[in-house]
Design a protein around this ligand. Sequence first.
Ligand code: IPM
Ligand code: MG
Length: 371
Amino acid sequence: MASNKKVLVLPGDGIGPEVVGEVRRVVDWMDKRRHVTFDLSEGLVGGAAIDKHGIPLTDETMADAMHVDAVLFGSVGGPQWEKLDFGVQPERGLLRLRKEMQLYANLRPAMVFDALADASSLKKELVAGLDIMILRELTGGIYFGEPRGIETMPSGERRGFNTQSYTESEIERIARVGFELARKRSNRVMSVEKANVMESGVLWREVTQRIHDDEFPDVQLDHMYADNCAMQLVRQPKQFDVIVTDNLFGDILSDCAAMLTGSLGMLPSASLGAEDPTTGARKALYEPVHGSAPDIAGQGKANPIAEVLSFAMLLRYSFDMGEDANMVENAVANVLAAGFRTGDIAGPNDKVVSTTQMGDALLLELDKQSA
Ligand code: IPM
Ligand code: MG
């Protein structure tokens, strides 16, 4: 049966192909057991694309990404490509996808599964039951601001520079996503910037407050400086519900929040564009927060859960398949409760399973739930 659920899979480098492989098994399972068919195509990104084409993302793959309903991304990068010119490094492939698809809203939920509360580097009582959402602006700020570069000054000394910049409309649209998310959660938004040092932060605070007052007065809004936020995240993470912040602070704070959950190997993300006013569809890319982990790549050690949970987000946000997304998320919770641990989340006395064994356990669990 033809499917209208077009998904472009971009496994990328390092552990990307391994963890994406486990999602493919979940997709096959859904096909057989739930009669939900996806139209999957696959492309190269990052180092894999560099090796074949000399660039981290070809125009053809970029065009494919623009024409599917969702992109499922693995990870990019590795030591073998670090010496390349900056402009053709693996990460540029991902950044081009984000920019050209205009995926301005990056949702990074940080949830602690009960079974993993001990795996956090913080005390169990600080993280048990944690459920926060970091909303990171993804197409603006210092990642893309111009001018940027490395120049040689008249003295012969070199100077590296980047530009942090946010327009009012860029802040308005990310703030709206934050308030809308909060309404479906605990109704609280913490807007994070450095308004004490940066003009872009002053504007961020002002615009976020205005959108709140005009459109979302029912949501609780507070403001916090980014350095304090980093500290509060490790001091008392459960004080937060939705954190809305810029591209760079969001990058940093989401890694920090990820570790509260026990491992970077657990954290999914969704990057969404604006809603099409006629169809309601939005461009979307789903990726784990973890990177390519070259040190363990190809050894069957990677934790596939972040990628599997990213797929659950894909089901929920791109195809409105909340029930199926819940099934996948429950399967994750149950295999963790049953004691399955990849190396990154294993305690000293745990038996460590491989990437595929974790995939096996997830499929068995899905079987049980659909029985
Ligand atoms: C992330 C990553 C990327 C980023 C890298 C791979 C370019 O760290 O998604 O958090 O900095 O945005
Ligand atoms: Mg990052």
